[in-house]
Write a protein that binds this ligand. Sequence first.
Ligand SMILES: NC(=O)c1ccc[n+]([C@@H]2O[C@H](COP(=O)([O-])OP(=O)(O)OC[C@H]3O[C@@H](n4cnc5c(N)ncnc54)[C@H](O)[C@@H]3O)[C@@H](O)[C@H]2O)c1
Length: 387
Amino acid sequence: MAAEEIGVGVVGAGWMGHLHARAYARVPHHVAGLARRPRLVAVADPVAAAVDDHRRRYGFARGVDSWEQLVADPEIEAVSCAAPNSRHREIGVAVAEAGKHLWIEKPVGLSSADTAAVAEAVHRSGVCATVGFNYRMVPAVARAKRVLDEGLLGTVTHARFRLLTDFAADPSGVLSWRFTAEHGGTGVLNDLAVHGVDLVRYLVGDLASVVADGERFVPRRPLAAAGSSQYVKGGDDSPTGEVENLDFVSVLGRTGAGAIVTLEASRVAVGDQNDYGFEIHGTRGLLSFDFRRPGELVVAAGDRYVDQSATTWASAPGDGDFALFQPGAGNPTSFDDSKVSECAAFLDGIARGRSGGATIDDALAAARVLDAVAQSIDKRGWVDLGA
Ligand SMILES: NC(=O)c1ccc[n+]([C@@H]2O[C@H](COP(=O)([O-])OP(=O)(O)OC[C@H]3O[C@@H](n4cnc5c(N)ncnc54)[C@H](O)[C@@H]3O)[C@@H](O)[C@H]2O)c1
């Protein structure tokens, strides 16, 4: 292998596996002077058709049916883990213990115990690890972070974060791994709320206490064939199985600095597709972001307090990685672009010997909040995080 290449492998050839493979392929198009160019060595998935599709589309040299083969492959120095949540712990630990760098999808396991095991292995072996919290890579979100750090909003007083979507709203959608406690864990908490918790931490600060409630609105779904995604539909007379985790969660929390935060996540919000965003209020202003308008950040800041008008800022070079994609303001970046940014941060981290983007410690902090949220729902009361 040429010295300027880095051999990579992808575990899990589903939705996120596609995004990781595409990001590795695209990153040299966007990042000039990349220290080492990714080479797609192998993809692992137990579903042969998914492996073949990946190989055909992206040109992986090899396709295998078990992640162990990929971890043992001497040509692979960096591994993406895009398998179901239940596999993150064993794969993440094995990758780190093999001395390979790890790009792993959120939520990094089913619980904070799983995330802690991966974090410990990463720290023990000294590899780099980047986690799939891609919403913080969106240029408008990076600009929001800068605005907050510069104090333009004054002191943050209260904020709302939302991740509302409809992928599970149709009861004929099959019982994919996401709906089982064994593979999906807490459901909407691990799927969507985890992104919200990461954004709360990134933009507003660590939560010190939470109280939450949640519900499963669709109790049964048609049984799924292996590897089926949540978008596959069952027939009217298909046998059904029980949904074992939550469809919706609503969280009220307080940060260590005293800001009050609400976070709502739903996978059954009919009529709402990827309605992900936030409104952050400070003593002197407001920031508002909607992922469906990814190139826009609404800002109200000034000296009027009352009747202060809001302005829409178009993302521009200087906002996070915007300049990797477009030379001038107003051309919005995409979901896939956020994964290219994540990939660039991962590879840059490897080149510098320090984890880039959201780290495994960020994943662990978010997982601890989600454990507290689940505990709060169970005991029907506030839970202190001791932050
Ligand atoms: N960052 C994001 O915005 C985002 C979005 C979606 C999913 N995710 C995360 O990505 C991960 C994968 O989700 P997805 O939507 O791609 O799921 P998916 O169901 O589309 O794909 C999962 C793939 O993993 C394969 N698989 C199952 N067991 C495996 C094993 N033991 N070894 C290797 N592969 C195995 C399945 O056959 C399937 O092809 C999850 O952890 C999920 O939470 C992140």
